[in-house]
Design a protein around this ligand. Structure first.
Ligand code: SF4
Length: 328
């Protein structure tokens, strides 16, 4: 399956001998990767307009392995909030994804030196507790058969008292959770969208039901669950489609199993949106007339307060005791 997903598989020469690299190549069914000097030789190439294929790159991360979270990301009350760029780019390719503004093309780069990330964490944990979003620049769960990194992050959470991790996903897999090391420091976050939004703007992702089923599987396995109604996307009939989506959640999910919920309308840094507008002149989402505030494009205040307020009211009506986080 994996081999068919990628046009080519490139490996940095210095990583060819790594056990982790060999393991991923084996899982990808690749016997003859293309050796390269540096991942940027491939990753930094701009995708020609309309190109849909992508390559896989295995490399070492020459820079930092952990970064402090951006202001538009929710920290869920965690003071020391970091994200890991351990995998760059995502197989799902959502139209609004900030990765389109962040990276030049669609190739996926996996840094195989995840142990270096854990060494950086060891140092941070000596100073304070650390909360990491491990699935920030990708959908890690969707890549689990290839990387095994979800398992590694969950194991670390189980073994380190001062460490907690969030794995965010739109993946509908239900089979992995019962095999992962369970702890209340590994939070599985599911972005739930209306089917109409998934169909129009998250074309390669599973729909509402598939994501809810995955959420229930993670919860049944004993993991804390986060539901992300974020990003909410403005469309003409947004009230109706978000109401239908929430009713599906409310009838399927036990609120006692939910650690918290995040609500947020779409927002993106000025810099990324400008790049996306150039790359995607036909995109309804990229070309929407957002307003810019403090370096971030977002919906006009009336739109965002209506949408976020509507969602909050629905949640409070059905699940009055669940903690709700707002990105502001
Ligand atoms: S699933 Fe998340 S990371 Fe992947 S393309 Fe969609 S928004 Fe981006």
């Amino acid at each position: 399956m994996w081999r068919a997903l990628f046009d080519n598989i490139y490996v940095e020469k210095r990583t060819l001998v790594d056990a982790e690299t060999k393991r991923i190549l084996d899982r990808a069914g690749c016997t003859g990767p293309v050796p390269i000097d540096h991942y940027k030789d491939v990753f930094d190439r701009k995708s020609p307009l309309g190109k849909t294929g992508r390559s896989l790159i295995l490399a070492h991360n020459p820079g930092r392995h952990l970064y402090e979270g951006a202001p538009v990301c929710q920290s869920f009350g965690n003071e020391h909030f970091y994200y890991s760029p351990g995998v760059m780019n995502c197989i799902y390719d959502c139209e609004y994804c900030f990765l389109k503004g962040m990276y030049p093309g669609g190739d996926i780069c996996i840094f195989t030196d995840i142990d270096e990330t854990f060494s950086e964490l060891d140092e941070l944990e000596k100073v304070h507790p650390v909360y990491v979003c491990a699935s920030y620049n990708t959908d890690l769960t969707a890549l689990e058969d290839l990387t095994g990194y979800v398992e590694k992050w969950c194991r670390r959470a189980l073994e380190h008292r001062d460490f907690s991790v969030e794995i965010r996903s739109k993946c509908s897999r239900t089979d992995i959770y019962s095999k992962l090391p369970v702890s209340d420091r590994a939070v599985f976050a599911f972005t739930i969208s209306p089917d109409e939004i998934a169909g129009r703007f998250e074309k390669k992702t599973p729909g509402t039901d598939g994501r809810i089923n995955a959420l229930k599987a993670a919860s049944d396995a004993g993991f804390p669950i986060r539901i992300c109604f974020d990003p909410m996307i403005y469309v003409r009939n947004w009230r109706e489609i978000y109401r239908v989506m929430f009713e599906k959640c409310a009838s399927a999910v036990n609120p006692d199993k939910i650690r918290d919920i995040s609500i947020g309308t779409f927002r993106i840094s000025d810099q990324y949106l400008k790049k996306m507008r150039k790359k995607m002149p036909e995109s309804e989402i990229a070309q929407y007339p957002y307003v810019s505030e403090a370096g971030y494009y977002q919906y006009p205040e009336k739109v965002r307060t209506s949408m976020e307020g509507f969602m909050r009211e629905m949640i409070l009506e059905k699940w009055p005791d669940v903690s709700i986080f707002d990105w502001r």
